[in-house]
Design a protein. Structure first.
Length: 293
């Protein structure tokens, strides 16, 4: 492996890791703070990809906008959808056992897949990327790297910084962390915990939808695309520590590098390397890389 190929694979791993962080950060917020095992989280990623597929041509035809207009509309819809879903469904799961949470959120997967089949069919679709991001930059010799993938990485970094600032530096973040530790005490201090949890859930849905919309132009939009993302996101949450945003970021990058270079160096064993990594880290630190969120 020469230097140019190594650099390209490093860029691929960073881009994949940052995109995975968007999905896993929403999952770790919901799992770590609300205490809900949400198997439907991968479906939100799928919904984001299908929103990009459906909204991009519609906004171009009716609003004169393009991919970014579609993304803004999609994110707005995802926040409203997440808020209503928490109010009408997820809020009833907080006091339930984990098995009931698993069964009920698995039911949501079936509902979302059936709705997807009815509304968009079972074909594989593509989404056009913005023309000004469709080029590539040279990396020496004949190697190039797509500009859009660099743009994806930049958006993910900006979201990660913004998420950290909100959780660690604002009163809202303080309330979220306090609500995760002692819900009854926070309620006694006058904080509307139900509203707080709805905001957290809506934010988690929006992060997954954003990841799906960003990924749509570089990957096909197809049925069941959220299933593998869900599995690997749970791996990231477990490795990083439940409820930890910085843990999710570090774990996402670790998983991405192991997966990317595993596919290049040992493709026969690439499918199990991520789970070997998870087992090794849990043997070393059973609570994950970071104990608290």
């Amino acid at each position: 492996m020469d230097l140019a190929v190594f650099l390209v694979q490093c860029l691929n791993a960073v881009q994949y890791g940052l995109l995975l962080f968007l999905v896993a950060s929403g999952l770790t917020l919901i799992f770590g703070i609300l205490g809900v095992i949400n198997l439907a989280h991968g479906s939100f990623y799928m919904i984001g990809a299908y929103l990009a597929y459906a909204l991009a041509p519609w906004t171009a035809a009716h609003l004169g906008g393009g991919f970014f207009t579609a993304m803004a509309i999609g994110l707005t819809l995802s926040v409203v959808f997440g808020y209503l879903l928490e109010w009408g469904f997820v809020s009833y799961l907080y006091r339930r056992e984990h098995l009931q949470q698993v069964l009920m959120t698995y039911g949501l997967i079936l509902v979302f897949e059936e709705l997807r089949s009815i509304l968009a069919g079972d074909d594989v679709h593509g989404v056009a990327m913005p023309a000004w991001l469709a080029g590539s930059i040279p990396l020496g010799g004949v190697m190039t790297y797509p500009i859009y993938r660099l743009f994806m990485s930049g958006v993910c970094v900006a979201v990660a910084l913004g998420l950290y600032a909100v959780i660690a530096r604002t009163r809202l973040g303080m309330a979220i962390r306090a609500g995760a530790s002692n819900r009854e005490m926070v309620q006694a201090l006058g904080v509307d915990v139900r509203l707080l949890y709805r905001v957290v859930f809506a934010a988690g849905v929006a992060l997954a939808v954003l990841a799906g919309m960003l990924a749509a132009p570089v990957s096909s939009v197809y049925p069941g695309m959220g299933n593998q993302v869900l599995i690997i996101s749970f791996v990231v949450v477990v490795i990083g520590g439940i409820g930890s945003i910085r843990g999710a970021l570090l774990a996402s990058l670790l998983v991405a590098f192991v997966d990317t270079f595993g596919n290049v160096l040992v493709p026969q064993a690439a499918g199990v390397l991520v789970y070997v990594l998870m087992a090794m880290i849990l043997l070393w630190r059973p609570e994950g890389l970071f104990r608290t969120g």
